[in-house]
Design a binder for this molecule. Structure first.
Ligand code: DGL
Length: 270
């Protein structure tokens, strides 16, 4: 009964951590495509091909349900995968919808017509590909009206985090927040639309100021997965062992992951 967690690299570990903390007995197979990270500067076809390859590996590892713990893949590839690629009996879910449900204060599965919500000015921080896809605005428009979204592509931030360079990461956060605030001086809410960014949540909050509510995905995705599994116990999958797979060098990825999550993590070759 394993569930798969996919990311281009280490960022999905912020989602993995919350799922594991909420459901410690649920076996999870994590796949990091570190050899091809970052995805955020790749084109849509490339992201689609790489995501399908990684998700297939998770199906082979006994997962019937895979969470794309990667906004870039969720924004760019998920729809196309759902339109014909996903095999019978398998399911792939993205990380956008739980976040948008929280932002618009909707309950799980509330598919009523879009309505006015309290927040009117939302800042979105994400990778260049996620911003270019406009997938966040599209999903939001199904649920809310009258929300102004200003998106900031945070070039360089994923590379700096994958390299463990927190000084450069902090400087990039401040300069991207600054660039966004020149276009939207007073957002009420900010979305960390990349699973790498929760590592910099304090820096985003400090740069944005205390009045801005910062949303990140880990806990929201974990909670909605728990709800989903209660409704679909058949999606647990055959796999029984938890493991961490990478397309990169397992030794250096394990070191980086252990630093990244501040807990011992050991990757095997995918
Ligand atoms: N952490 C991923 C995301 O949520 C991917 C970042 C990247 O590979 O550029 O977008």
């Amino acid at each position: 009964m394993a569930v798969g967690v996919f990311d281009s690299g280490l960022g999905g570990l912020t989602v993995y951590r919350e799922i594991h903390d909420l459901m410690p007995d649920l076996p999870l197979v994590y796949f990091g495509d570190n050899a091809h990270a970052p995805y955020g500067v790749r084109d849509a076809d490339d992201i689609y091909d790489l995501t399908c390859t990684g998700v297939s590996r998770l199906f082979d590892a006994g997962c019937d349900l895979v969470i794309l713990a990667c906004n870039t893949a969720s924004a760019t590839a998920l729809r196309r995968m759902q339109e014909g690629w996903i095999p019978e009996g398998k399911r792939v879910l993205g990380v956008f919808v739980p976040l948008i449900e929280a932002l618009t204060e909707r309950q799980w599965g509330d598919n009523s017509a879009p309505r006015e919500v309290d927040v009117k000015h939302v800042a979105l921080f994400a990778t260049p590909s996620t911003v270019a896809s406009r997938a966040f605005q599209r999903e939001l428009s199904f649920r809310a009206i009258g929300v102004d979204v200003e998106a900031q592509p945070c070039g360089g931030l994923v590379d700096a985090l994958e390299d463990g360079d927190l000084i450069l990461s902090g400087a990039l956060v401040r300069s991207h927040v600054d660039a966004l605030q020149r276009r939207m001086p007073k957002p009420e809410a900010a979305i960390l639309g990349c699973t790498h960014y929760p590592l910099m949540a304090d820096e985003f909050q400090a740069a944005l100021g205390e009045g801005v509510k910062v949303f990140s995905q880990g806990k929201l995705v974990a909670k909605s997965l728990e709800d989903y599994l209660k409704r679909h116990p058949d999606m647990f999958g055959a796999g029984e062992a938890s493991e961490f797979l990478t397309t990169g060098d397992p030794v250096s990825v394990s070191d980086q992951a252990t630093r990244f999550l501040r807990r011992e993590i050991s990757f095997s070759p995918a």
